[in-house]
Ligand binder design. Structure first.
Ligand SMILES: NC(=O)C1=CN([C@@H]2O[C@H](COP(=O)(O)OP(=O)(O)OC[C@H]3O[C@@H](n4cnc5c(N)ncnc54)[C@H](OP(=O)(O)O)[C@@H]3O)[C@@H](O)[C@H]2O)C=CC1
Ligand SMILES: N[C@@H](CC=O)C(=O)O
Length: 442
C-alpha cells in the first residue's frame, strides 16, 4: 500500500447517512485501503449549512457549501452523493461523472425518477454508478439481483422496504401506539426522509419498488409506473381486524412478471410487470410478519433458485453507510484499475399492468343493519361483480353489527365496483375497511 497514490472522495451531504460515511471512512481507513489497494481520503464534504451541529467531527477546511466546485476538482476520483432529492443531486452526479469520477449514491428518489439519464452518463463516461444503499438500507439486494441472479429468471419480488412505516405499523400492532407518536419516534431515530410524507404515503417504497422491478426484470420501471398507497388511512380498527384474523398489517412493495396479453409481431405474449405498494394483511405465520421495527425484508422468487429472503436493517445512518461503503470499496478498486463494474443490463420494454387488472384477495369490513337477509344481500353484491367470498363472519349485534368478508382473488376493478354497490345499499351503514390480503403461509 505504501507509496500508492491515495484516491480522493468527495462526500456530498453530512446528515444522517453522510455523517456515518465520514465516520466509517475514518475509522475503517486501514481496512478500506487494504481492500482497495490504495488509501481513500476525503477531499471535502459538501453541506448546506457550515455551522449546523453534526454527528461527526469534520475538519473545517474540508467542509464546503460549494458542492459543484467540489465535484469539479481535478483531484476528486470518487463522489458519494447523500444529499437526497432530485436537484441539485442529479446535476452534481452528472457533473461528477463528466469530470471522470465514479459515483455512489443512496438516492432512490432520483434513481426512480430519472435513473436512465444517470446510467447513460455513467456509460458515456466509462465510470461506475453504484446505489446499493438506495433500497433496503444495509441489506445487499441490488447486487444479488444484478449479478448473482443474472443467469436465472426472477418472477416476483415481495418486500417490506420502508423502515419508517414498518416501525409505525409495528408499534401500532404490538403497543397499540398512535400513528403520530410512532412517526415521531421513527424520525428521532433517523429512519424517516427529510419530508416524512415520502415514507407515510408510500413514495419512498414506490421508488424502491421501481428500482427493484427494473433490476429484477431487466426493465425500465419509474416511480410513475408504480401503483402507490401509503399507510395514512390504516386505522387501529384495521390493525385489530388483522389481529382477529391471525394476521398483521404491513406496507408491501410487490413487483411481479404478469401476462398482459400484448404480443410482439404476432409471437407469444411478452410478460409485462405489475408493480405496486400498498398496505396488506399477511398471516402472522408468514416470514414477513415477523419483520419488526425498522427492519426490512425482501422475498425474491426465481425460476431456478426458488425462494430467497434477504433481511436486515433497512434504514438509519450507520446501516445505510455500511452499504454506501461497500459500494465505495468496489468502485474505488475499479477506478484504480481503470475498469468498470457491471453496468445496467440491456432492457426489455415491458407493459405495466393497470392496477384495476391486478388480482389479489381482499378483507372488507361492512357496518350493517342487524336484520334477516343482510348476509344474503351482501353476498349478492359480491357475486354480481364476480368476487367470490372465501369467509364471512358477523361481529357485534344491533347497532354494532359488522360483517367481515375475505374474498378469493379478484381484480381491483371488480372489488371497487363491489364496494361502490355496497355503499349504495340501504342495509349498509358504512364500508369501514377495505384492505388487500397477501400471502398464504409460506
Ligand atoms: N436516513 C436513512 O435511513 C436513509 C437515507 N437514504 C438516502 O440517503 C440520502 C441522504 O439521507 P439522509 O442522510 O437521511 O438526509 P439528511 O437530510 O439527514 O442529510 C442531507 C444532507 O445533505 C445536505 N444538503 C442538503 N442540500 C444540500 C445542497 N444543496 N448542497 C450541499 N449539501 C446539501 C444537508 O446539509 P446540512 O446538514 O447542512 O443541512 C445534509 O447534511 C437520501 O437520498 C435518502 O433517501 C437511504 C437509505 C436510508
Ligand atoms: N426513510 C427510509 C430510509 C431508508 O431508505 C425508510 O424509512 O426506510
Amino acid at each position: 500500500m505504501e507509496g500508492q497514490k491515495p484516491l480522493k472522495v468527495a462526500v456530498l451531504g453530512c446528515g444522517v447517512v453522510g455523517s456515518q460515511v465520514v465516520r466509517l471512512l475514518d475509522e475503517q481507513a486501514g481496512d478500506i485501503a487494504a481492500r482497495v489497494g490504495a488509501p481513500v481520503e476525503i477531499a471535502g464534504v459538501a453541506v448546506r449549512r457550515l455551522d449546523a451541529p453534526r454527528d461527526v467531527d469534520v475538519p473545517s477546511d474540508l467542509l464546503t457549501t460549494d458542492a459543484l466546485g467540489l465535484v469539479s476538482r481535478d483531484d476528486v476520483d470518487l463522489v458519494v452523493e447523500v444529499i437526497g432529492g432530485i436537484e441539485p443531486a442529479r446535476s452534481l452526479i452528472l457533473a461528477a461523472l463528466e469530470n471522470g469520477a465514479s459515483v455512489v449514491t443512496a438516492n432512490k428518489a432520483l434513481l426512480a425518477e430519472d435513473g436512465p439519464t444517470l446510467y447513460e452518463a455513467a456509460e458515456k463516461a466509462g465510470r461506475d454508478l453504484y446505489f446499493e444503499a438506495a433500497v433496503a438500507g444495509a441489506i445487499p439486494i441490488l447486487r444479488p439481483l444484478r449479478e448473482s441472479l443474472a443467469g436465472d429468471k426472477v418472477t416476483r419480488v415481495l418486500g417490506i422496504v420502508n423502515g419508517t412505516t414498518n416501525y409505525i405499523l409495528d408499534k401500532m400492532d404490538t403497543q397499540g401506539a398512535g400513528f403520530e407518536e410512532a412517526l415521531e419516534e421513527a424520525q428521532a431515530l433517523g429512519y424517516a426522509e427529510a419530508d416524512p410524507t415520502a415514507d407515510v404515503e408510500g413514495f419512498d417504497a414506490a421508488a424502491k419498488a421501481a428500482i427493484l422491478a427494473s433490476l429484477a426484470f431487466h426493465s425500465r420501471v419509474t416511480a410513475a409506473d408504480v401503483h402507490r398507497e401509503g399507510i395514512s388511512d390504516v386505522t387501529s380498527g384495521d390493525v385489530r381486524s388483522a389481529t382477529d384474523m391471525g394476521s398483521v398489517v404491513k406496507l408491501l412493495a410487490i413487483a411481479e412478471l404478469v401476462s398482459t396479453g400484448s404480443t410482439t409481431g404476432g409471437g407469444p405474449a411478452e410478460p409485462g410487470v405489475s408493480v405496486r405498494v400498498h398496505p396488506a394483511m399477511i398471516p402472522r405465520t408468514h416470514p414477513l410478519a415477523s419483520v419488526r421495527e425498522a427492519f426490512n425484508a425482501v422475498f425474491v422468487e426465481s425460476e431456478a433458485a426458488g425462494q430467497l429472503m434477504f433481511y436486515g436493517p433497512g434504514a438509519g445512518g450507520a446501516p445505510t453507510a455500511s452499504a454506501v461503503l461497500g459500494d465505495l470499496v468496489t468502485v474505488a478498486r475499479n477506478h484504480r484499475q481503470g475498469t468498470r463494474g457491471v453496468g445496467e443490463s440491456a432492457y426489455a420494454d415491458r407493459a405495466v399492468l393497470p392496477m384495476g387488472e391486478t388480482r389479489t384477495r381482499y378483507h372488507v369490513a361492512i357496518d350493517v343493519d342487524d336484520r334477516a337477509g343482510v348476509l344474503a344481500a351482501v353476498a349478492t353484491a359480491f357475486a354480481t361483480h364476480g368476487v367470490s367470498i372465501q369467509t364471512v363472519r358477523q361481529e357485534g349485534r344491533g347497532d354494532d353489527a359488522q360483517l367481515v368478508v375475505v374474498s378469493h382473488e379478484a381484480t381491483d376493478a371488480q372489488l371497487s365496483a363491489t364496494v361502490a354497490e355496497l355503499r349504495d345499499m340501504d342495509i349498509v351503514h358504512d364500508v369501514t375497511s377495505v384492505m388487500r390480503v397477501e400471502g398464504t403461509d409460506e
